[in-house]
Design a protein around this ligand. Structure first.
Ligand code: GLC
Ligand code: CA
Length: 548
């Protein structure tokens, strides 16, 4: 086995990445002011190198008023002071590259902050050079913003309403305006010039808007319908994305992953096929409420199969169970009480050995869990606070509304990284912007590093396994026992090589029937011997076998 070298000039280089998502506010605080920052991240690069990942996606670190934690940008070419300086950033890029880690940035261009100078100018009058950078109307329609209320906000100065798909602090850019398109292309070139290797492109399904006179049936009592639903996946948006690809990313062979709405297999294909030249791969966005209500192992398998079929000849996938918008994976899909370690290892294995580029969200490699703060005031997430109010308006008690909001809160993923068992989990000496999960005494990196059986040690083996096997990275894929609601098993193979990934996605022991004669285990989460046959599987058991 030889060390995997990802050649940045290869057309398909992004297919061999293992991407680690850092949520900068919560990763590591370098100057002890309670907020994570670039110096903190730099200090932990050796940790990430040892984990085995070869790319880092940073959630936004640009200058921002932080209405939506940095997804509201007021200067695309500056670093927010809470994260450090441009020198820190340059050093970050250098250090990453020295370690063979590629640099992926978040590109947020559906909207800017309402404090962005373009918007400040645009809202001042109807006849300046930025007047058409945003979407203005004399009257609002019944579209709603994703974080509650009307998607239109009145500007006194200009005497018109502007559209915001998300919060009112996030006005939508007017992509019909070619100057806006050029601003974004210039900005992409500028960051690539600084050494950035790729982009995770935020909320990008809504660039082209429907006819404003279109007022669909309201979806809620207040008579609103979500702008987000109305405007997603329009042909005009696809044309703009392919323009960004050919005139932007491709000039630098930069990788791109779009956060998009995928309602059908065609949507998957349109965004992430090679031949259409939009994104290299897609992160399908599913609202947490919907995910919590509808997920099941069988549904997951169906989605994986469907998108595999539609893209296998001509496209690629992003593989992930977690990010900064979702509950912790071990809490949502696993069992964070009775089988935390086993289910964390299980989930990682079945996800990261699929065809596609794996994404690991900070903390999942040590099995971090959801948070349960005492009161709504302990939380920060704008989305959750809005849900809480909505549930109360619908008549739920404070207590019930709070429990519900807690379950979907994006803060579950955003609590500080747990490095050791000292104050605030070693994240900061000052009380963090969002409290540490009190379980940091039990769950932390230092403790995990000491045990060869830990989740962290398992992740290292799993990542190494993938890095060292062409078959696991690029080979073909096929589900086994597809119809079973519990078993989650598949094959990865090429003409010379084959792996079986056999798993039980449940809390119960289940009957299984696998002939494993001629295979040897290369990774497992139970201390068990495997030979010839498997007749049953323990809760969350997973084993990876290689054909001898
Ligand atoms: C994406 C981000 C999310 C943000 C939203 C608006 O979904 O992942 O955190 O709130 O876009 O930018
Ligand atoms: Ca700091």
């Amino acid at each position: 086995m030889s060390e995997l070298i990802v050649k940045r000039n290869d057309k398909d280089w992004y297919k061999d990445l293992i991407i680690y998502q850092v949520y900068p506010m919560s990763f590591m605080d370098g100057n002890n002011d309670g907020i994570g920052d670039l110096r903190g991240i730099i200090s932990k690069l050796p940790y990430l190198k040892e984990l085995g990942i070869n790319a880092i996606w940073l959630s936004p670190i640009y200058r921002s008023p932080f209405v939506d934690n940095g997804y509201d940008i007021s200067d695309y070419r500056d670093i927010d002071p809470r994260f450090g300086t441009m020198d820190d950033f340059d050093e970050y890029v250098n250090e990453c590259h020295k370690l063979g880690i590629y640099v992926i940035m978040d590109l947020v261009v559906n909207h800017t902050s309402d404090k962005h100078p373009w918007f400040v100018a645009s809202s001042a009058s109807r006849d300046n050079e930025f007047s058409d950078y945003y979407i203005w109307r004399d009257e609002p329609n019944n579209w709603a913003g994703a974080f509650g209320g009307s998607a239109w906000e009145y500007s006194e100065k200009r005497g018109q309403y502007y559209l915001h798909t998300f919060s009112k602090g996030q006005p939508d850019l007017n992509w019909k305006n070619e100057r806006v398109q050029h601003e974004v292309l210039d900005m992409i070139s500028w960051w690539c010039g600084k050494g950035v290797d790729g982009f995770r492109v935020d909320a990008i399904s809504y660039l082209d808007k429907a006819d404003f006179d279109y007022s669909p049936n309201p979806v809620d009592v207040s008579g609103y319908a979500f702008a987000l639903d109305i405007n997603s996946n329009r042909p005009g948006t696809h044309r703009l994305i392919s323009m960004l690809r050919t005139q932007g990313f491709d000039k630098f062979n930069a990788m791109s992953v779009g956060e998009v709405c995928c309602y059908t297999p065609e949507d998957n294909y349109n965004y992430s096929s090679d031949s259409r030249k939009e994104f290299n791969m897609a992160i399908p966005f599913v609202p947490p409420v919907l995910e919590i209500e509808t997920w099941s192992p069988l549904n997951m398998k169906k989605q994986i199969k469907e998108s595999y079929e539609v893209l296998k000849e001509d496209g690629w996938w992003a593989r992930f169970l977690s990010n900064h918008d979702k509950p912790r994976q071990v809490s949502l899909y696993g069992d964070d009480k009775n089988y935390r370690e086993l289910s964390a290892k299980f989930l990682a294995t079945i996800t990261e050995l699929l065809p596609g580029t794996p994404f690991i969200f900070q903390g999942e490699e040590i099995g971090m869990t959801n948070v349960y703060y005492d009161s709504i005031d302990d939380y920060n997430d704008i989305d959750m606070k809005n849900m809480y109010e909505l549930e109360r308006m619908k008549g739920k008690s404070d207590e019930d509304a709070f429990r519900f909001a807690q379950s979907i809160s994006r803060d579950n993923a955003r609590s500080p990284m747990q490095w050791n068992d000292s104050i605030n989990g070693g994240f900061s000496l000052t009380r963090p912007w969002l409290n540490s999960n009190p379980n940091y005494k039990e769950i932390n990196v230092e403790k995990e590093e000491k045990s060869s059986d830990s989740i962290l040690s398992y992740y290292k083996e799993l990542i190494a396994l993938r890095r060292n096997s062409y078959t696991l990275r690029r080979g073909l894929f096929e589900f086994m026992d597809f119809d079973s609601p519990y078993l989650f098993s598949y094959k990865r193979y090429t003409k010379d090589d084959e792996y079986l990934i056999l798993g039980n996605f449940s809390k119960d022991k289940v009957i299984a029937e696998y002939d494993i004669n001629g295979y040897k285990p290369v990774l497992k989460n139970y201390n068990k011997n495997y030979s010839k046959k498997i007749a049953s599987m323990e809760p969350y058991e997973v084993v990876v076998l290689e054909r001898m």
